[in-house]
Design a protein around this ligand. Structure first.
Ligand code: FEO
Length: 173
């Protein structure tokens, strides 16, 4: 059973995960437009992951007797200065999402809603993995640089990450 407040917070998170999916899909379009096929594939795959985050929340709300509500989703930005800007904005967005997940966990704890607290642990672990992943990409960009053939190598390196950027196995999902 979810309180009205908990339900509102979970529905807000459903909306945010939708926004994340649209943001990364939009970024994949920008990457493809710039000829960065590796980055485009990676961001598209990450958009798919965000939709999984959304449906996991959607199912949980409905399984607990609540009504999952879909709200208006803001349009994401579609112009970026560089691929470094894309990944910097991605990291900043993920840090924002982590803050929201932490707030959700705090709310569930304050309400003694331990079922929801337990459910949210998967997201806590996922946010750790995602922040780590995007920091590692920014580290690579800083090391290799974007001049000359740097951009080509970055695109190749990011393409390799597409296959390994899976959700964490915490045993709680
Ligand atoms: Fe659903 Fe990338 O957080």
């Amino acid at each position: 059973m979810l309180s009205e407040h908990m339900l509102d917070c979970l529905n807000d998170q459903i909306n945010l995960e939708f926004y994340s999916a649209n943001l990364y899909l939009q970024m994949s379009s920008w990457c493809e437009f710039k000829g960065l096929d590796g980055c485009a594939g990676f961001m598209k795959s990450h958009a798919d992951e965000e939709m999984e985050h959304m449906t996991r929340l959607f199912s949980y709300v409905n399984e607990t007797g609540g009504l999952a509500r879909l709200g208006q989703v803001d349009a994401p930005p579609f112009e970026f200065d560089s691929v470094a800007d894309v990944f910097q904005q991605t990291l900043e967005h993920e840090v924002h999402v982590t803050g929201k997940i932490n707030q959700l966990a705090k709310t569930s704890q304050d309400e003694n809603n331990f079922s929801t607290f337990n459910f949210l642990q998967w997201y806590v672990a996922e946010q750790h993995e995602e922040e780590k992943l995007f920091r590692s990409i920014l580290d690579k960009i800083a090391m290799i640089g974007l001049d000359g053939s740097g951009l080509f190598f970055i695109d190749q390196e990011v393409a390799k990450l597409t296959k390994t950027s899976h959700a964490p196995d915490t045993g709680t999902a």
